[in-house]
Design a protein around this ligand. Sequence first.
Ligand code: MLT
Length: 264
Amino acid sequence: MTSVVVGGESFALRDEGRGPAVLLVHGFPLDHTMWDAQIEALSSRHRVLAPDLRGFGGSVVTPGQVTMARMADDLAALLDALGVTEPVTYAGFSMGGYVGWPFLRQHRQRVARLVLCDTRAVADTLEAAQGRRAMADKVEAEGAAVAADAMLPKLLAPGRAERDPALAQRVRAMILATDPRGIAAAQRGMAERTDARPDLPLLGVPTLVIVGEHDAIATRGEMSALAAEIPGARLVEVRGAGHTSPMEEPAAVNAALLGFLRAP
Ligand code: MLT
């Protein structure tokens, strides 16, 4: 683990390997360790950068509301601080994909390739946004266990927690270790995000779309519609996985990533 100070604020990250840079952006309410298996698999040929977003893991916590656009600017500043000037492969899982949309709008020249993993382009409905704000208030009042209880059943494939209690425990521990103010601020930020679907035909970068067969948050149907809007995008469905496909089926996700990164 490394930490980098950007504008007086500290961000934690794993920075492993050498070669073309791959930026792995975690989901909610998780941290960079969700990518452990991918860091291991990719770092023999790539410089793998896996940061903790603002409010998560070992990074600075900003209470209130943190927008996806702010997180995107944090990532660009982090790349500057690390001296990464060449365009990277941006791989965003779920909320990491939501951060990818403003990253592409604000820092387009930094992206050589794009991986969208178990993520969505649509904005929240009014009802969903209200639900997020209510959860944010509750997490601030009662702690991260509120988020763990609400999210865990939606993260893993049906039956996965029973078959692999160690994985369920790992995900739960990751959520419980997250600062409640960071969880709340990101929830409020996600509630504000805009519809990214108009961007899809214009992305202009090689794109890989990965979806867990049983993803309950970014469903197969929704992700195949998303992939169909991106010219030339490749869609990989991960058999047996739920939302957290990189953790549930790391070998299949690693194979998809390595194949994509190897392609000309
Ligand atoms: C995530 O995995 O990042 C979240 O499930 C995203 C969301 O709550 O929409």
